[in-house]
Ligand binder design. Structure first.
Ligand code: ZN
Ligand code: ZN
Ligand code: ZN
Length: 214
């Protein structure tokens, strides 16, 4: 599997002017989709918060993988979709148009920098959104460590992301495709209290998480 290692420090960079006023993705109810997943070698400390507070920055609840758009797009081109939707980070959940937002799951590995624990999840929440003018985006939700409840470092299974996102965009684009076969995931049962998708209402096909609605 092709896993991408994310560097968490860059996820706090704010490139959206509209998002710049909210510092903590963990407490913003509209914060779905604001986390950044571009983490490939960008330097720390460019964010508006500055790097000189001395406090560790909170880890993000979700990530975007704009850099995987080209691979999603090539699947869409192969399928004959036209026009090809464009990835846009600047739209938020409330701007999504029907039939989105759509909740499904991808596969990822995680590790905890607090206690060193590693885990694999076959049910990592993802929210895919469609926007006007053939734009879309997707947020993948982080998970907490079972040992110490710190948010993990995610290594996304990129192919699972590309498959899910491309499939959904084909469906929305009217491409006739067969439903992919259900894949049995050989991973432990989903633990809602450790899943940021559950906490933010993005992990049960758009239904509220039973753990958080008790
Ligand atoms: Zn831990
Ligand atoms: Zn849940
Ligand atoms: Zn969940």
């Amino acid at each position: 599997m092709n896993f991408r290692i994310l560097r968490f420090q860059v996820h706090h960079l704010r490139t959206m002017s509209t998002a710049a006023t909210t510092k903590n993705t963990n407490t913003d109810p509209n914060g779905k989709g604001k986390g950044k997943g571009k983490g490939q070698g960008k330097p720390k400390g460019k964010g508006k918060d500055g790097a000189n507070s001395g406090k560790p920055r909170p880890r993000p609840s979700s990530f975007m993988f704009a850099e995987l758009h080209q691979r999603v797009a090539s699947e869409l081109i192969t399928a004959g979709l036209s026009p090809i939707p464009e990835f846009s980070k600047t739209f938020r959940n409330h701007e999504a148009i029907r039939p989105s937002p759509y909740n499904t799951s991808v596969v990822a590995k995680f590790r905890c920098t607090g206690c060193g624990k590693r885990w694999v999840s076959g049910r990592v929440a993802i929210c895919i959104r469609k926007f006007p003018e053939d734009k879309y985006n997707a947020s993948v939700y982080n998970q907490k460590c079972k040992g110490c409840e710190k948010l993990g470092i995610m290594e996304l299974d990129e192919q699972s992301y590309i498959d899910r996102v491309a499939y959904r965009l084909k469906v929305w684009g009217g491409i006739k495709i067969h439903t992919p076969p259900y894949e049995e995931k050989n991973t432990p049962p989903h633990e809602c209290h450790l899943c940021e998708g559950c906490r933010l209402g993005e992990c049960h096909g758009g239904q509220p998480c039973p753990f958080y609605t008790k």
